[in-house]
Design a protein around this ligand. Structure first.
Ligand SMILES: Nc1ncnc2c1ncn2[C@@H]1O[C@H](COP(=O)(O)OP(=O)(O)OP(=O)(O)O)[C@@H](O)[C@H]1O
Length: 355
């Protein structure tokens, strides 16, 4: 039994329920017979991957859905072996090269070279190129992005590259200018409510409009999260009640607790405690940028208005260094330490004002 988020993922461009004009443009692009390298970008859960998979299906037919996972071996410059997992059909291969960390450049170069030279196509199909789908390109090091830029030019005759990213700002201009950029904006609340209602209809359930809107307002316009919240709310209570509380993911509650700890005391001991809570989130696979965003939201919610400006200023500084740096934990921790300093100073000053 699959999750609703997977079960109701539209598998063709004709079936996508929002940004339909864009889907039509993609269909036209495929129908022209050939297309340039593409760069899909947009926030989490906006529907990038769904559109890419639907585009591949439009290109190659249902055969592209017969997937197999494969491990590919690579060598570091010091002759150490490492492995990367790939998902492939007969027509395309999907890789997250940033999984290789500092060796991502090797993966990008070797993979494209190997696929372009050896991947056999079904000769009865009209396409003369294969597709390499690289996810999270904005997390690749600059060296890997430079290598990607060079390699994508070289193998244009035999493969097309589809890139997927959250933030286009992290992709070097030389790559951006070699791709057709496709922005996938987050769905509107109206789109989300419509999709939630359609899913419920297909499941034979009745979803009150008010509850659909509450879920939509709590999902940060991330459609995957909205569908997961809907399914969790159904498990918790059905028939739905407008007053029922929507199920918030555990990690989000845990970030709320972390924020409470930060606000409760600003000492080196507390910083150490908060550090282990942050590690706990990281080892459970919550991306640092997500931790940062939710933590900031919780902290700002509980701060005096006069402090908010300073907090947002330091947050933008550390968010930037988080994106640029490697050891993400350092930047998260530095932000917490700086917040503690500002917050305790503020509390001290306001107490002095009272007495
Ligand atoms: N047009 C659509 N209609 C209905 N549901 C959709 C549509 N597009 C996406 N979804 C649903 O939204 C979920 C998230 O979509 P998808 O995985 O494509 O987002 P994404 O932008 O690639 O996210 P991420 O960057 O987090 O990987 C999917 O599980 C799918 O069920």
């Amino acid at each position: 039994m699959s999750l609703w988020a997977d079960k109701y993922r539209p598998n063709s461009l004709q079936k996508v329920d929002y940004h339909q004009d864009q889907a039509q443009h993609l269909i036209n692009l495929v129908n022209q017979g050939d297309f340039p390298h593409l760069l899909f970008y947009g926030p989490n859960g906006a529907g990038k991957k769904t559109r890419i998979l639907a585009l591949l299906r439009q290109l190659y037919g249902p055969g592209v859905e017969r997937l197999r996972t494969e491990h590919m071996n690579f060598m570091t410059p010091s002759n150490k072996k490492f492995e990367i997992m790939t998902v492939a059909s007969n027509y395309h291969i999907e890789v997250n090269a940033s999984d290789a960390g500092m060796y991502d450049r090797i993966v990008v170069m070797e993979l494209i070279k190997t696929v372009a030279q050896t991947h056999q196509l079904d000769s009865t199909k009209q396409r003369h190129f294969k597709v390499i789908l690289l996810t999270e390109v904005d997390r690749l090091t600059k060296e890997a992005q430079q290598a990607l830029r060079r390699t994508m030019e070289k193998y244009m005759a035999t493969c097309r590259i589809i890139l997927c990213a959250n933030s286009i700002g992290q992709v070097i201009p030389a790559i951006r200018s070699r791709c057709l950029a496709v922005r996938v904006p987050a769905p509107t609340h109206e789109d989300i409510c419509k999709i939630l209602k359609t899913i419920c209809k297909k499941e034979g359930l009745t979803l009150p409009d008010e509850l659909a809107l509450i879920i939509s307002q709590n999902c940060e316009r991330n459609l995957r999260r909205a569908i997961l919240m809907l399914e969790a709310s159904k498990v918790k209570q059905y028939p739905f009640d407008v007053k029922q509380s929507v199920v918030v993911p555990d990690w989000q509650l845990y970030i709320g607790d972390t924020a409470k700890q930060i606000l409760s005391q600003q000492t080196p001991g507390k910083l150490l405690e908060v550090r282990s809570m942050l590690y706990e989130l990281i080892v459970h696979g919550i991306p640092t940028n997500v931790i940062f965003k939710f933590l900031l939201k919780e902290l700002v919610k509980n701060c005096d208005i006069s402090l908010k400006h300073d907090i947002v200023e330091i947050a933008s500084f550390y968010e930037h260094s988080l994106l640029k740096g490697n050891k993400t934990m350092f930047h998260l921790e530095a932000f917490v330490a700086k917040f503690m300093l500002l917050y305790s100073k503020f509390m001290e000053e306001s107490l002095n004002g009272i007495f």
